[in-house]
Write a protein that binds this ligand. Sequence first.
Ligand SMILES: [Zn+2]
Ligand SMILES: [Zn+2]
Length: 380
Amino acid sequence: MNTEHDTDYQYRERVVVPRPEKELRFRNGRIPGYFSIFLGGLSLAAVLAYLFPSYLTTTDLRAAYDAEALQDVLKYGMWFSLFFGITTFVLDRRKRLGAAGIAMTLIAFALGGYNVPVGPVEPKPLSLGVDWLILAFLGSTIVFTSLEKLFPKYREQVILRDEWGLDFFYFCLNHLLISAVLLFGNFLVTHFEWVASDSLQAAIQSTPLWLQVVLLILVADFVLYWEHRVFHEVRRLWPFHAVHHSVETMDWLAGSRAHVVQIFIERGLVMLALYLLGASKEALDIYVTFAALQAIIIHSNLNVPWGPIKYLLVTPQFHHWHHSSEKPAIDTNYSAHTVLFDRLFGTYHFPKAHWPAEYGTTQKLPGSYLGQLFYPFRRR
Ligand SMILES: [Zn+2]
Ligand SMILES: [Zn+2]
């Protein structure tokens, strides 16, 4: 099927019921409560990362930031966590959240706070990406929550929507496992090095940077298209990918939900393909940044006029259709970066005037992390 618009299908508007009781407001204590716990949790994690950098920071990422300068940011995070925590007591609302935030910050102070000495780090092959998690979560929350508030597709949708905690857990896990995923990718690379062609790699590196980036995007897109399609169309594999599709509210956090098996396979395959291509490090860095941002944006509750870009690149509307449980959208829009391969291989579905009314899987999945982890291994 290669349709822009299914003429037999009655497209409907999505209904989002307002939930004032879940709204984040200062007066009801939710804003100071969640801010306190958010900053307290991040501060405690950061202090632990300063204390045990070999085990809790990422070798490649460490080279990109100034750990001592970030202690200034940590200082503000800790004091603001205390301030917001105390505010919940002043307001007499959400005191439990405030107390938890204060408790975490006090533990962080007791462990050395923002004065833990920063020295040389002995790199370990396998570590938890706590630094990556903190920076990504802080950056994503600020940028994408603001964008979703400024240009929402569904204005009524609340930030703390159903199952946000589950997706937050996935977000944390995906970031903590970064060095394990990189290790797995490198393991694949060392086993397929014999495929690499020096002359091809030299030819690619001699092309302009922008062309290398375009090539990386197209090669990764081709690999991701088929990996994604196989996960949908091979019966035994679908339950692994169904986890990603079980999300029923789309926002920037929703895309984090994915089975760990799929994450390793997907990232490993892309790393291998990009390694074999042999582009320059600069081009790879641009690609990785582009891919990471696009992956978040396409799940977001975001409605901005993309103009002609939407006929070229995967945008929220396009990927939201991939997550729809409505009939004309099933098994369509597999692409991750450009819409090219869906066009080419007959799986394009993009009724431009419409957005999906329903998201999720036709068969309901368990609602817990462990339930979803073991879901693909259950006897059917
Ligand atoms: Zn899918
Ligand atoms: Zn998705």
